[in-house]
Write a protein that binds this ligand. Structure first.
Ligand code: GDP
Length: 333
């Protein structure tokens, strides 16, 4: 039975990856931080049999402990402060977790591996935010980086470090440059989920409007369930390498609003959307669109969910969730 250790198992991707690996017969270990982490119950419900270990990407000895206990064949480093907007407000914490956290987990593997560093396979969750103010379109593995936020800078550090440990120590270390990937499990601070949840609540009469920032930016949005499969495929190859994972399509926030509101029968969303400078960013990534030809050709990976299907899936899930909680609120005295 292969063994996998996932950092960031309580996040969107951790949950999908944990499910995927469990279905493939892996023994899954997950790192959880903090005391009485409220997400533990969700992880245990979605990934039956998961073994949770206490640890933190800012604490090297806890990572060494987690590696010693789990003895993993594969390590997926998904843990990070992952919200770009927050990364300006908590830049140091973002650097420590999203950037230096990669160094610590790689060091934990190096320190515990003894002489055989090629035994463990390592996946680093790199990001399209590294491309930032893009130098070419579409972005591919060779496109130069120009990150635009403390988050993007930290991810760039993690990416180069992963490449460096591969080159320095012969580690089987892969970096997945994943473009935005979403799902009903996405955090409510991200624009896709903020919109799907807001639209559901507006349709049910629970909310009047959604307040957003820049409506012009464009992203290459895919389905997170598809993207974790690409992570796994990277670690099954003969040689470690870096891959862009993307749909190859780009859409604006306005198009996202079109699809989401149409799903609940609203054709003109302008009365329901406000803008507030609070949600604009100090530096913006205007457009992202990835070229995933390498992932397609080498990994045999391709996305299965279209942009429209993704947005509709998220609106439908939020409608159900909001109906449930509204129903509960009615029955609880
Ligand atoms: P990111 O690509 O990782 O930053 O993912 P987000 O979902 O947080 O943001 C995607 C894009 O939506 C960015 O260009 C944001 O500036 C834009 N955006 C516009 N309004 C909002 C908002 O209210 N919240 C968020 N999170 N993003 C917004």
């Amino acid at each position: 039975m292969p063994r996998a250790l996932i950092t960031g198992i309580t996040g969107q991707d951790g949950l999908y990856l944990g499910e995927l690996l469990t279905a493939k017969g892996y023994e899954v270990f997950g790192l959880v931080r903090g005391q009485s982490n409220p997400k533990i119950a969700t992880v245990e419900r979605i990934i039956p049999g998961v073994q949770l270990l206490e640890g933190d990407l800012t604490d090297l000895s806890s990572l060494i402990g987690a590696v010693e206990i789990s003895q993993p064949d594969e390590v997926y480093n998904l843990g990070a402060i992952s919200f770009v907007g927050l990364s300006w407000k908590q830049a140091e914490l973002t650097g420590e977790t999203t950037g230096m956290g990669v160094l610590r987990i790689l060091e934990a593997l190096r320190i515990t591996a003894g002489n055989d560093l090629s035994r463990v396979r390592f996946y680093q969750a790199s990001s399209s935010e590294m491309f930032g103010k893009v130098r070419e379109t579409p972005q591919r593995e060779t496109t130069p980086f120009h990150p635009r936020s403390p988050y993007g800078v930290s991810k760039t550090f993690g990416h180069y470090l992963t490449v460096n440990y591969r080159e320095s120590y012969g580690m089987f270390a892969c970096s997945g440059m994943l473009f935005n990937h979403e799902s009903p499990r996405r955090g409510i601070e991200f624009v896709t989920r903020k919109i799907s949840r807001g639209v559901a609540r507006i349709a049910l009469g629970l909310q009047d409007s959604i307040t957003l920032g820049n409506l012009e930016s464009r992203r290459d949005w895919g389905f997170a369930g598809d993207y974790v499969d690409a992570m796994w495929r990277m670690l099954q190859q003969d040689e470690p390498d870096d891959y862009v994972v993307a749909t190859g399509e780009t859409h604006s926030i306005r198009e996202l609003l079109d699809v989401a509101f149409t799903r609940v029968g609203i054709d003109d969303w302008t009365p329901y959307v406000r803008q507030d400078p609070r949600f604009f960013r100090p530096a913006e990534v205007d457009i992202l669109v990835g070229d995933a030809s390498k992932a397609r050709d080498v990994l045999g990976w391709k996305p299965t969910v279209t942009f429209r299907e993704l947005v509709e899936m998220m609106v439908d899930a939020d409608l159900e969730l909001e109906r449930e909680s509204a129903g509960q609120a009615l029955t609880v005295p």
